[in-house]
Design a protein around this ligand. Sequence first.
Ligand code: ADP
Length: 415
Amino acid sequence: MNIFVLNCGSSSLKFQIIETDLDLIKDDKDRTLAKGLIERVGSQAIISFQVEGQPPLKQAAPLRDHRAALNYVIKWITDPETEIPGIRSLEDIHAIGHRVVHGEERFKKSVRIDKEVIAGIEDCIDLAPLHNPANLKGIYAAREQFGPSTPQVAVFDTSFHSTMPEISYLYAIPYQTYRRFKVRKYGFHGTSHRYISYRYRKLTGKEREDTNIITLHLGNGSSACAIKGGNSLDTSMGMTPLDGLMMGTRCGDIDPTVIEYLMHKEGTSIDEVFSVLNKRSGVLGISGLTNDMRDLLDEIKEHQDRRAILAVEMFCGKVRKYIGAYTAEMNGADAICFAGGIGENSPEIRKKIITGLDWLGIELDDSLNEQAYGGKAMKISSAKSRVEIFVIPTNEELILARDTLRVVLNVPRIW
Ligand code: ADP
């Protein structure tokens, strides 16, 4: 089956066309036939498309909204000159899988999209006002352009964390707030943590039930997850993705009193304070330079900028703290797995995080650590480390495609 996987952000559209079926999954041979990214939807968009095995095609075009962007993608896919293997017309795409950020408590699994599901996703907008509307735009546009006969599936960022016990997901505020308004931790990056856990099992031959690991998705958005017995036991993001680790522009853990205090001191609205916490905090806020970790590390090499160093130390310190907390919460873990743009590509950041965990018996192999970047999945711990350390490049799109297949075929868990 050829699955069109769609991930719509507020001003972006990412897609892949993935060939998958039950046999391909068994052999781990699903294949990305084409992929693309459109940024700055709403103005002069920057477009990058790529057919498997060919160089990327870069373009720019004015694209008013997600509908226009998807239309642009479809024109490219069906253009006879594009030549995506096995794709001549839209009929060669058999199903669509959408990434949906927030599924609240109602969506614990991926589901086929119908009127009721759309209404459910709309109901979650209160909890994810930045993300769910963009995901819905993708769903509406895909329905319009692919027609009702192409099945569409929603895969939620929150679903993997639906196994968290109350003790992890409740905030210590009056229980009524949970009962009445569903105020609780939901967690995000679920497809990524799920993929990393799956790939760890493939690498080690472990059974799902025996998988006790800490997964670290470190990118512009970052989160940690404690996976026990193959299930999410706890995760660092909260009711929204603002909580937990220090991120590119998000503050992570914070005393809520800071919000009221800043409103008084700065004379600003609550919206402005939240805009600071979401968009001008984290690594950017501390360094005053950039949210981009690679640029920050370059800056430190060139100028030894004090606040750049501070931002990096804080970022790594926070991840280390969560590793310690989750190790305690799980009563020990078998492995720590790094993923995300930073986790997959920066030996320097991984070393900084792991240094200081030697009292737990966790130790890197420096030479292996240096070799792990650019998409390689490998073990990077030393032979005598009590806990193994892996770099596992994430692949959320693969989970989206496989879940879409599973839902369309109506088969239970397939891997
Ligand atoms: P997003 O959360 O937007 O998906 P990514 O997972 O793509 O983010 O990660 C982006 C981050 O990864 C950026 O901060 C980028 O600088 C960082 N990054 C990518 N490559 C490297 C590298 N070689 N060294 C350090 N950081 C890197």
